[in-house]
Design a protein around this ligand. Sequence first.
Ligand code: ADP
Ligand code: MG
Length: 284
Amino acid sequence: MAGMKAPPRLQSLVEEGLIDTVVRQLMSGKEAMVYVVRCGDETRCAKIYKEADQRSFRQAVDYTENRKVKNTRQARAMAKGTKFGRQASEAAWQSAEVDALYRLADAGVRVPQPHNFCDGVLLMELVTDAHGDAAPRLNDVDFTPEQARRHHATLITEVIRMLCAGIVHGDLSEFNILLAEDGPVIIDLPQAVDAAGNNHASRMLLRDVANLRNFFGRFAPDLLTIDYGNEMWDLYQRGVLYPETVLTGHFRRKTGPVDVGGVLREIDDASAEEAARRMRMAQS
Ligand SMILES: Nc1ncnc2c1ncn2[C@@H]1O[C@H](COP(=O)(O)OP(=O)(O)O)[C@@H](O)[C@H]1O
Ligand SMILES: [Mg+2]
């Protein structure tokens, strides 16, 4: 394979012998640049994390604001402290993905096999389609209702396995799932959170599960009435969610805040039924 000149961020990995050649750039996403590389006789994928200031507009604004105050000695120290803190959180953010990949691969979740994490570059399995080319994202594929139901069911099982391993993806959608030859593969995990230790975990899980439902629901509208997220979280919280758990899709809240609207609707229904009964009685 011919290849291209290694971009600067990959040069140290080439020198270390972790990468033999850089084949081509695959993607430049929100948070990362992804390259196809050769390692020995294997084709792999190298994900280069963008610096925090390039990742999102919001972070870019924070970054320039920090620079405005560099005149006094104290402001310099603060700026230094901030930079120090930012580097530390930056490293934690980048290694979160490789940690999650190892844990999920161990738990039997279909994620790219991680190979190495070095100088802010994650080397992992290149997920491929039936032709050996980089696999498309779900967003780039059309499904029959039957295929949509099957992939949705597979992914719900994967989300259960992830939750059993203590991890919520946090950005799961048709843009972060690839369709490999052997089925869907979940990617892009730097924002993954600890299900037990994060206050936002339940909200993130519900959003992940809703994203799956809404995407596959475009092809199989019957999926739109199903509620797996609340059921999953309820079982998880009560310590009775297992990788082999089969969900009903119909969650009934047993505890927690009372659904006043629902109660009122039930009262309305009951009194309408009572009125109808009386009318029937009067007529007979
Ligand atoms: N292991 C992989 N195999 C094949 N393609 C990948 C792999 N990882 C990432 N990609 C491609 O690169 C894109 C960006 O990667 P992703 O991890 O989602 O980062 P970002 O944070 O930039 O969205 C993905 O949408 C996918 O097309
Ligand atoms: Mg992504």
